[in-house]
Write a protein of this length. Structure first.
Lengths: 167, 220
């Protein structure tokens, strides 16, 4: 089938991706995970990468997410901030749920911040607005306002050439 | 010219659809007089009468309107003050930076505690694995040593057997005696074996019953 690709194609569905909870803070620009493919203490991180990384990348399209395999004796996650600082998170022998929870606390936006951002976004999308980027380009398109002078000329007392005529 | 054009445009806009087949349609010039048309001659000097209400009603109306307007004014002023620039907190970049740094420090503390816990458990695990691997190595060493010992024993056993047998070897000085012995004691291989293991010698003894020699057939 052309759409059910990969081991767990549910990870590619919109519903699954939208359900991602981890929205990284604005200052984080790079998110890397180091782990091995074999080794019992690496399994938690490996599963975390398999299940949660698509959600993270979907919710943070402007963050670089990278994985490095078979280069480390013990798995870890590293976040790089705009200011140049780094956050090293050890994940040795931890399950994917534990890692996810910890990341939500450390580098995720809080629920309140996300709600405030959602409200701000709604305010910007006011349907009553007109102009650039809105449905209606001009005030003449709004019912109840003076029609476009292109179609129906304005009355003479509203036209400059009659008001300022020197007769 | 412009007037004619405008009239034409107006006609097309506000006229009802004029179909030559329907005779029961009345066409309307316009729904209402356009804003910029001058007042009609019949209406030029028209003075519409002033409507006056009885005094009590006027007083009541004024009271209601006043109360409504004060309410609206108060709301408007409140909102103006609330959203005025003075009251709005200006976006302070330094303060924002400080907040980000503080947040980073707090999160780093939580993360450090988490890392410490994991470090402890990891070191325990690594030590355990190291001990296990040492013991495993010891066991393997013992096994190998045992194998070597067994091999040495089998080798020694073989050497001992050969040593024992070497006593009966015929060396050049024992040669004459050996030849004499061999001549004096010939070994007779001409015997038959019973199921019970009895050797039945052929030179001295006779077989128990007559056995006719088997003829070899041509087919076989």
């Amino acid at each position: 089938m052309p759409f059910m690709k990969g081991k767990a194609p549910v990870r590619r569905t919109l519903k699954y991706l939208e359900a991602g909870k981890l929205v990284l803070k604005n200052e984080i620009k790079v998110f890397t995970v180091n782990y091995n493919v074999h080794g019992a203490h690496h399994q938690g991180t490996k599963e975390f990468v398999f299940w949660y990384l698509p959600q993270i990348q979907y919710k943070n399209p402007n963050v670089q997410v990278a994985t490095f395999k078979n280069m480390t004796p013990s798995p870890f996650i590293r976040c790089f901030y705009e200011t140049g600082k780094q956050m090293l998170i050890d994940c040795d022998n931890k399950s994917k749920e534990d890692i996810h929870e910890h990341l939500l606390k450390i580098i995720g936006k809080t629920r309140e911040t996300l709600e405030a951002e959602a409200i701000a976004r709604e305010k910007k999308d006011n349907p009553a607005n007109f102009g650039r980027g809105c449905d209606r380009h001009c005030i003449c398109e709004i019912p109840g306002q003076i029609p476009c002078p292109e179609i129906v000329p304005l009355p003479n007392h509203m036209r400059g050439k009659f008001i300022y005529a020197k007769d | 010219m412009l007037k004619a054009l405008n009239n034409f445009k107006l006609l097309s806009m506000t006229c009802e659809t004029f179909s030559p087949n329907s005779l029961y349609q009345q066409s309307v010039r316009w729904g209402r007089k356009p804003l910029w048309f001058p007042t009609a001659k019949s209406k030029l000097f028209r003075v519409s009468p002033r409507k006056r209400l009885p005094k009590e009603e006027e007083v009541e109306k004024r009271r209601l309107y006043n109360s409504y307007r004060t309410q609206v004014k108060s709301i408007k002023q409140y909102l103006e003050e609330k959203y005025s620039l003075e009251n709005q907190e200006a976006f302070d970049e330094e303060k924002h930076k400080m907040e980000i740094e503080e947040d980073f420090i707090q999160c780093s503390e939580i993360n450090d505690k988490w890392n410490e816990e994991i470090k402890k458990s990891r070191e325990e695990r690594v030590e355990k694995e190291l001990q296990e691997s040492i013991e495993d190595a010891k066991r393997r060493l013992e096994k190998r040593l045992k194998i070597y010992a067994e091999q040495r024993e089998t080798a020694e056993e073989a050497v001992r057997q050969v040593k024992e047998a070497s006593q009966h070897f015929i060396t050049p000085d024992k040669l004459d005696a050996a030849i004499e012995y061999a001549i004096n004691n010939p070994v007779d291989y001409n015997f038959a074996l019973d199921l019970d293991g009895n050797k039945i010698r052929g030179r001295e003894t006779k077989p128990p019953s007559k056995i006719e020699p088997e003829k070899i057939s041509a087919k076989a």
